[in-house]
Write a protein that binds this ligand. Structure first.
Ligand SMILES: Cc1cc2nc3c(=O)[nH]c(=O)nc-3n(C[C@H](O)[C@H](O)[C@H](O)COP(=O)(O)O)c2cc1C
Length: 450
């Protein structure tokens, strides 16, 4: 086990998926049904998370609508009506002052110059609070919006992602930090020896550069990676500042934690500079009965057809209609979507001997959701944190705003009383709050004295 450091800080990321992660969250009586495009409501959520001192808030993204079946599609909110995340975070950057702002963007269906520019802009707009969740995208429906019949192959996506990241970080270093003089007297706007052209010629990209924006407050926005397949882990260890992940239990989380930190060290990085945040979904009540009532009321809102479609989706877009619902999961081809998500579900089915129907219901409810009291949730957090299963958590909210309010008002004070979580922001930038150094420019190494 890696030795605990005295200064080790718990980190919490608020995974906002309005109106909630649960597929029928929009039907909850306290939900804001149009939450995905309701800017007033989104500002309220961001401010609640900031008042609670979360390190960051985070928005997932797809570049398409996944469910083909209209009977399913017309019943779900979370996949087909929400703002593009970087646009949304630009707005939220003006409504908040300290919380980090992390948006998902695809390396498969973007060009690196666009993406480097967008996130550098967001880092400037927010004065150093931007983060990029680097994803390779998930499904065929997304591919079909970009001239392809099916999604790019898993390993090929990751090869492109690695070069994409290399280009983006190179572009972020285009100008030295002190390049801009804005000297009205001499007429010199910036020092041209502090401008670097990238001249990248690679397998996937040819990018001359430079990027047309000064180096951003964090030097480089925080990079998040959330793929946990073998290739996903390698990329995370090489490039990620933060890793989002999910595990069935603390033992699996500890094994992953040790593995990622060791891979980071092998890649020549300080393992403390890779912040590992497993998912944590909670429904909290003042008493256990209250928590269970809340969960039951929520779960009753889901149409079983939606649960089944969601299961088929996360298994890799398979057709389950040929198999009896009360029978076992059939053998499946290796997913070209998320291999780690597929593996988790298959392992859960096998370990608990679940039928397809039970599995679909469990997935929709997110079996790992902790339905408990504030003390119960705080105990879980403390145990995972102190036994090096996690550096903190990516907190998932089954329905909003209530589960965020409950986490902020009921759970966080417990963590603070136990000395586990901050009572005020120590840093100004997201990197500072995450305990991460500001990266040097790749061009700094070559300079005398650097
Ligand atoms: C917490 C979490 C959030 C994710 N968010 C997104 C997302 O918004 N968009 C996306 O395309 N993929 C998302 N993913 C998928 C991963 O980034 C990754 O691309 C996928 O799991 C495939 O990688 P793998 O096969 O290495 O697991 C997310 C995964 C996790 C665990």
């Amino acid at each position: 086990m890696i030795a605990a450091r005295r200064s080790r800080q718990l980190h919490l990321n608020a995974f906002l998926k309005p109106p909630g992660e649960f597929l029928a969250a929009w039907r909850h009586p306290n939900a804001v049904p149009d939450a995905g495009v309701n800017i007033r409501h989104l500002i309220e959520l961001a401010r609640t998370a900031e008042r609670a001192h979360f390190d960051a808030l985070f928005f997932a993204d797809l570049v398409g609508v996944p469910f083909a079946d209209q009977e399913v599609l017309r019943r779900v909110s979370v996949v087909n009506d929400s703002f593009e995340p970087t646009t949304l975070l630009a707005a939220l950057s003006t409504a908040t002052t300290r919380i980090g702002l992390i948006a998902t963007a695809s390396t498969t269906y973007n060009e690196p110059y666009h993406l480097a520019r967008t996130f550098a802009s967001l880092d400037h707009l927010s004065r150093g609070r931007a983060g990029w969740n680097l994803v390779t995208s998930l499904n065929d429906a997304e591919a079909r919006n970009f001239g392809l019949a099916e999604h790019v192959e898993h390993e090929e996506r990751y090869r492109r992602a690695a070069e994409f990241h290399e280009v983006v970080t190179g572009l972020w270093d285009s100008f030295d930090d002190d390049a801009f003089r804005y000297d009205q007297t001499s007429g010199i706007y910036f020092d041209d020896d502090k401008l670097h052209r990238l001249d990248h010629r690679g397998r996937y990209f040819s990018v001359t550069g430079p990027l047309n924006i000064p180096r951003s407050p964090q030097g480089r926005p925080v990079v998040v990676q959330a793929g946990s397949s073998e290739t996903g882990r390698s990329l995370a260890a090489a490039v990620a500042d933060v890793v989002f992940t999910q595990h069935p239990d603390a033992a699996a989380a500890r094994a992953f934690y040790v593995d990622i930190k060791a891979r980071a060290a092998a890649a020549g990085r300080d393992p403390d500079h890779v912040v590992v945040l497993p998912a944590l979904s909670t429904i909290v009540g003042r008493t256990l009965t209250e928590a269970e009532d809340k969960a039951d009321r929520l779960y009753a809102l889901l149409d079983p057809r939606v649960a089944l479609a969601d299961l088929a989706y996360w298994l890799g877009g398979v057709d389950l209609s040929a198999y009896p619902l009360d029978g076992p999961l059939p053998q499946l081809p290796l997913s070209n979507q998320s291999r780690s998500a597929q593996r988790l579900i298959v392992e859960r089915a096998r370990a608990r001997n679940l039928t397809i129907r039970e599995l679909a219901r469990g997935l929709a409810r997110d079996d790992r959701t902790i339905v408990s009291t504030p003390e119960g949730v705080a105990d879980h957090i403390q145990e995972w944190f102190e036994t090096q299963a996690a550096d903190g958590f990516n907190v998932i909210f089954p329905y909003l705003p209530e589960t965020l309010d409950d986490f902020a008002n009921l759970v966080i004070p417990h963590l603070q009383r136990r000395g586990l979580f901050r009572t005020s922001y120590q840093g100004r930038t997201l990197r500072e709050n995450l305990g991460l150094p500001r990266p040097a420019s790749r061009y700094a190494r070559g300079r005398a004295g650097a």
